[in-house]
Design a binder for this molecule. Structure first.
Ligand code: NAD
Ligand code: G6P
Ligand code: MN
Length: 443
């Protein structure tokens, strides 16, 4: 196995790019790189981060070959890993995904319900494009994908690119595990979990001490029943805004409805949509918060670095919580047999769930990819909810492939968040209008 790697970040203009690049520098002893490239289809947006990172890397990692480009051949040639975080339609379309449902009193969310479905219909095209570039220019490379909506992207990849080396991963379980470790006074690397579900739709069944096998779940549940996942100490650099704190807190009510397991925070959109709509501002949604917050902060820092010509005290911060991406790359590169939650084809991992469903379960990851770990049978309540959700996700992908209005209408009607077929149809017609140029034509 080689000793240093060539990486391209697809979606180079992402608000997460500087934090991830700095995290990779911090981890360069565990994951040495010889070359790093950024690729984006928006050269102006990426150029700001690219120029600032060029300055930073010259100062902090002069031996690392660095470039940024909008040319697929340049970007994808001679790479070992593609780290993908694209957002097709950018924040402008995220805003639509969130605001259109709210007009109908329906939850407006990036990855859940109608917003997630609309985003999914956009993302499939962009994801297939970069997978094809990778396979054309670096056929041995792996793609580590965290572009959303990961559940729909993963299903589309399963159906349309079944042999591609794409691993889909989400950071929510990672972030929440950090909070759990805080609750019991340890660190996440010392914990080992069992978990079943779909992406943004699952439950922890066990949280154990890796070394001793001691089971912490009852202690964590006791805390969550009172406080949700709100902890006193800053444990998760990504999910810290006030609206995220409300989400961590709401886990309390998610545990109340299903006290057997610890919930993924995203279940709040399915169990408490009325609360969610009531606490949303239809004029100022999460997309607006992020544009005024993270996006502004990151791009202002980049412009400052460019203006000063140095990144010393420059305002880019290490996204240490993203180090799981390095763990995943290492697991592949060094056959590390790391245990991680990934979004994979079920094939019996959840014994009483469809084989061809893309589920989120613990896997052992080595050079050949992930081996899902058996999670046994799950109860009827959770299974029924998951089946409804996964069927909606599958219908989205079928609608995309067949250009079927009917199937997308069914997908929206099946989403637990949407109250009726009538509302689903009105929403669909609005979403088609808003997504012109991004979605395939539907008949
Ligand atoms: P962003 O809009 O700042 O960045 C996305 C970038 O992708 C933009 O620069 C855009 O120009 C680019 N892009 C869009 N379509 C493209 C295409 N077809 N080819 C190449 N580049 C393209 O968004 P962000 O908030 O930084 O998030 C980036 C992505 O990461 C989103 O999909 C988001 O949902 C995802 N994300 C996932 C997780 C997870 O847990 N899986 C966590 C955080 C963010
Ligand atoms: C979590 C989820 C991601 C999602 C992100 C949104 O990390 O796991 O899938 O993209 O939250 O965060 P934001 O700050 O953009 O609302
Ligand atoms: Mn996620």
């Amino acid at each position: 196995m080689k000793k240093d790697f060539s990486v391209v970040i697809a979606g180079g203009g992402s608000t997460f790019t500087p934090g991830i690049v700095m995290m990779m520098l911090e981890n360069s002893d565990r994951f040495p790189m010889r070359e790093l490239k950024l690729y984006d289809n928006d050269g102006d947006r990426q150029g700001i981060l690219g120029e600032a990172l060029e300055i930073l890397l010259k100062e902090q990692a002069p031996d690392l070959k660095f470039s940024y480009t909008t040319d697929p051949e340049e970007a994808f040639t001679d790479v070992d890993f593609v780290m993908a975080h694209i957002r097709v339609g950018k924040y402008e379309m995220r805003e639509q995904d969130e605001k259109i449902p709210l007009k109908y009193g329906v939850v407006g969310q990036e990855t859940c319900g109608p917003g997630g479905i609309a985003y999914g219909m956009r993302s499939i095209t962009g994801m297939l494009e970069i997978i094809d570039y990778m396979e054309k220019y670096s056929p041995d490379a792996w793609m580590l994908n965290y572009s959303n909506p990961a559940a729909i992207v993963a299903e589309a990849t399963r159906v349309l690119r079944p042999d591609s080396k794409v691993l889909n991963i989400c950071d929510m379980p990672v972030g929440t595990l950090r909070r759990m470790s805080q609750i019991v006074g340890t660190t996440p690397d010392k914990l080992e979990v069992s978990y079943f579900g779909l992406n943004h739709f699952g439950w922890w069944t066990s949280v154990k001490d890796k070394a001793t096998g001691y089971e912490y779940i009852d202690e964590i549940k006791e805390y969550v029943a009172e406080n949700g996942y709100l902890t006193q100490v800053e444990v998760d650099t990504q999910h810290m805004d006030e609206s995220w704190q409300a989400t961590h807190k709401k886990a309390k009510d998610l545990l109340a409805i299903e006290p057997n397991y610890l919930p993924n925070t995203y279940l709040k959109y399915y169990f408490y949509p009325d609360y969610e709509v009531a606490s949303s501002n239809p004029e100022f949604t999460r997309a607006n918060e992020v544009m005024a917050g993270r996006e502004k902060q990151v791009f202002t820092a980049a412009r400052n670095i460019i203006e000063k010509g140095t990144a010393v005290d420059g305002g880019f911060h290490i996204d240490s919580h993203a180090s799981f991406i390095v763990d995943l790359a290492r697991a592949i590169a060094f056959n590390a047999k790391e245990r991680m939650l990934l979004i994979v084809e079920n094939n019996g991992a959840i014994a009483n769930f469809d084989d061809d469903a893309m589920v989120e379960v613990p896997c052992i990851v080595g050079s050949d990819g992930p081996e899902p770990l058996a999670q046994g049978k799950i109860p009827a309540f959770n299974r029924a909810l998951m089946l409804q959700q996964v069927t909606a996700e599958k219908l989205v992908v079928e609608a995309y492939i067949e250009g079927s209005y009917q199937k997308l209408w069914q997908a929206l009607s099946l989403s637990k968040i949407v109250p009726s077929a009538e509302v689903a149809k009105q929403l669909l017609d609005d979403l088609i209008e808003a997504n012109k140029g991004y979605w395939p034509d539907l008949k």
